[in-house]
Design a protein around this ligand. Structure first.
Ligand SMILES: Cc1cc2nc3c(=O)[nH]c(=O)nc-3n(C[C@H](O)[C@H](O)[C@H](O)COP(=O)(O)O)c2cc1C
Length: 163
């Protein structure tokens, strides 16, 4: 059985909803084990024990969220050269941009020699004011459907061995 590891961080719940939707999509494939972990709970052993990955982070201060970066900082060298060629995809929850978080995530994945198998998905919450930014997010059904599809595609590719 193949394992898909989904690692995410979320402060105002948007990224968590995206990761949960992707996990739901992936879990429809009964031949793939889906592990959905918060970044603070994930470590190198989780990475080494998976066959493919989905990383999901908010963009904060034009960067990936600090606790997502902490996950990569804690695991990068323990996993280096041990994940080569495995497939991954990524998702970013952003107020208005998201591009720098995408760049950072993809650069780390390149360092690990992971293979990106889907376009990195950015969901924009259009939060602009401090009140909107600090409010709990509710991600649109249409956006959650995109996350669900990405999870399903990752699981299908893993199950079929096409990546
Ligand atoms: C401290 C802070 C900095 C932020 N900086 C950015 C930013 O640089 N670019 C952006 O598009 N959104 C930015 N945002 C908005 C968040 O990306 C947005 O609220 C998103 O929903 C956060 O995901 P979450 O709900 O999973 O925490 C920022 C939010 C916070 C709290």
């Amino acid at each position: 059985m193949k394992t898909l590891l989904i690692v995410y961080h979320s402060m105002t719940d948007g990224t968590r909803q995206m990761a949960a939707a992707a996990a739901d999509g992936a879990a429809r494939d009964a031949t793939v084990l889906v592990r959905l972990l918060r970044a603070v709970d994930a470590g190198a052993a989780d990475l080494l024990g998976a066959d493919g990955y989905l990383f999901a982070t908010p963009e904060n201060l034009a960067a990936m969220a600090g606790l997502m970066k902490d996950f990569f900082d804690r695991t990068y060298y323990a996993a280096l050269d041990r994940l080569n060629g495995r497939p991954y995809a990524a998702m970013v929850c952003a107020g208005s941009d998201g591009s720098n978080a995408v760049r950072q995530l993809e650069r780390i994945a390149t360092g690990w020699r992971l293979k990106r198998v889907a376009e990195t998905l950015i969901v924009c919450t259009h939060a602009q004011t401090p009140e909107q930014i600090l409010a709990t997010k509710r991600i649109d059904a249409a956006e959650l459907a995109r996350c669900d599809e990405l999870g399903a595609a990752l699981a299908a590719g893993l199950a079929l061995g096409v990546f």
